[in-house]
Design a binder for this molecule. Sequence first.
Ligand code: ATP
Length: 235
Amino acid sequence: PSTRPLLRVDGLQGWYGQSHVLHGVSFEVGEGEVVTLLGRNGAGKTTTLKAIMGILSRRSGSVTYDGRETIKLPSRLIAQMGIAYCPEERAIFSSLSVEENLMLPPQVRPGGLTVEQIFELFPNLKERLSSQGTKLSGGEQQMLAIGRILRTGAKLLLLDEPTEGLAPVIVQQIGRTIARLKEEGFTIVLVEQNFHFAALVADRHYVVEQGRVIDTIPNHELDANIDKLHAYLGV
Ligand code: ATP
């Protein structure tokens, strides 16, 4: 990374019960950087985010955040250190309004955004203030899911496939949002299948295959590596 490393993952292993899924994931993210984890379905990208967040019960190796080892900490303490996770399934409460959904996560550390500040980042959401979760479009739900974690005060955002299933124009909007969050100083790890989108927002890409990071590609070298990337992703 070109900046001070905020997150360093080294030899991360992870299991679901007896099933050994992560076999030594290693990568780094500097403060204020956006990096992606690219890879096929089942490569271990989501599991990597869950392991960093501490919600994968069995894990080993090393994850340091801001210089502190977190591998043995419970997710509650990891959240308090300033890491937040936005799952692929978004987990919007359908019977609650936009505003109520935003109020749900507690502010776990100082510096969390207020609902007003979140609406500044996502003006569309403000117009939908009192709409129920079920009435939102896929794109609005994704904005809400990202907006909601900003309340916690997290500085490192783990975003799992925010563009999944969204129309191209909405994907562009999410791209602008991520660029804005980067400008505001957030550090982001993004799981992506869509590398055209990844190329627009990220500083660097890590290719995940069978529970390991097998390649690192700086964004400015993405074009030169496009054939290799097609092969990795099987597209
Ligand atoms: P996707 O885009 O499909 O989510 P991914 O790279 O994020 O892909 P993971 O979801 O991390 O992949 O899955 C890695 C492996 O772990 C896969 O073989 C998957 O079948 C397995 N796996 C995922 N979740 C569970 C679970 N809850 N219990 C058991 N195995 C799981």
